[in-house]
Design a protein around this ligand. Structure first.
Ligand code: ADP
Length: 358
């Protein structure tokens, strides 16, 4: 057997985790070359955005390194041509079924971000949590479960449609590598309204969990819709959450409704990691005075009533609002969010709440 053939034989033992067939059988291996102790080849992937890319490359490298005399492996990646894809896809697509991507996803921790009412900055906090965790080197995803008011793609400057994979939908990827799925990426126009009843919304959320190829993630941040609606209930009952972060603002009303949200989580045996008070104060840019725009902070009182810690008080910050509006939330620098992400990670237990449906 020639050295090239040995490499091909070794790669026959490596499966594409999504298609469950060997890389060789799927026609992914090209341009195999062996010189001295170095082997090189090209892998043609179904999509270059494949979240399982690292896993495939790693497995292929290990298989070839295990050959006698091979010390170095160079792998080039390219996307399959349309003809190459068509050769393997039609059969695969017929096999698509509910929850098809579940076995491909390894998600260590799931954190839901919840608020009692809209407009307190829940999505901004969810987005900045993802950004801060990514800056810490974590593999992060954001599942936008706010189906009727999705704002995550806009904050990250993402536009649909997301790439399709042979088994499931692939998440879109932000500039810093955060994986995002939102109904807004799937709608024909971003301004389209989603006028759906509860069960349909619940169905979409379950699909975002089970039919999206998230791949390997350290943390998946779930941006819940505001309040204690059907959709929040679906997330809490059907996703294995490690914790919920509550976002509130200093207004009395926000305090009252966030208590309802906390009670809902507690009734459903979902661990609440703590409370974040957003829009807590404003630092005057001229004199550095701390101004409590919405009145004195309610955070301590609310947190005490719920037996929860206050994990952060976030000021009103025009830079955050402008960057979110411009789709550049990843450029917002904030020590407060970095510290919050670290605290939340510490408090996110390994145990998950047990999903009822999935
Ligand atoms: P929610 O998800 O609770 O409805 P959003 O995150 O969409 O709220 O925020 C509502 C608006 O408030 C957005 O325009 C956002 O940019 C702005 N915002 C949120 N938090 C802050 C903050 N700390 N400083 C300035 N603007 C903020």
């Amino acid at each position: 057997m020639t050295d090239q053939q040995l490499v091909i034989e070794a790669l026959k033992s490596v499966n594409d985790p999504e298609l469950e067939k060997s890389l060789v059988e799927l026609g992914m291996v090209h341009d195999v070359n062996v010189e001295g102790g170095g082997a090189s080849f090209t892998l043609a992937l179904t999509t270059i955005a494949c979240p399982l890319k690292e896993r495939i490359v790693d497995d292929a490298r290990q298989a070839v390194l295990a050959l006698d005399g091979v010390e170095d492996v160079q792998i080039e990646l390219r996307e399959m041509t349309r003809e190459e894809k068509e050769r393997i896809w039609p059969k695969q697509q017929q096999q698509q079924k509910e929850g098809a991507a579940l076995h491909l996803n390894h998600i260590e921790r799931v954190l839901a971000v919840m608020s009692g009412k809209g407009g307190v900055g829940k999505s901004s906090v969810a987005a900045m949590m993802a950004v801060a965790l990514r800056r810490q080197g974590k593999r992060v995803g954001v599942l936008d479960a706010d189906i009727t008011g999705p704002s995550i793609p806009k904050m990250f400057g993402l536009h649909g449609p997301p790439p399709a994979g042979p088994v499931g939908i692939l998440p879109a990827e932000t500039k810093t590598g955060i994986r995002v799925m939102s109904i807004n990426l799937l709608l024909p126009s971003e301004d389209e309204a989603v006028i759906w009843r509860g069960p349909l919304i619940g169905g979409a959320i379950k699909q975002f969990w089970g039919d999206v190829v998230w791949g390997d993630l350290d943390v998946l941040v779930v941006d819940l819709p505001p309040g204690t609606s059907d959709a929040s209930l679906t997330v809490m009952q059907s996703l294995p959450l490690n914790g919920v972060l509550l976002v509130t603002s200093p207004q009395d009303l926000a305090g009252m409704v966030v208590r309802k949200a906390a009670k809902m989580a507690q009734h459903l045996n979902v661990n609440v990691v703590g409370l974040v008070e957003n829009m807590s104060y404003l630092i005057c840019p001229k004199c550095d005075e701390r101004i409590e725009v919405f009145g004195p902070s309610q955070a301590m009182r609310t947190a005490n009533q719920l037996g929860l810690p206050v994990l952060a008080q976030i000021p009103l910050d025009p830079d955050l609002a402008t960057r979110c509006d411009a789709g550049k939330v990843e450029q917002h620098e904030s020590d407060i969010f970095d510290a919050l992400a670290a605290k939340v990670t510490e408090r996110l237990p390994a145990t998950k709440s047990v999903p009822i449906f999935v």
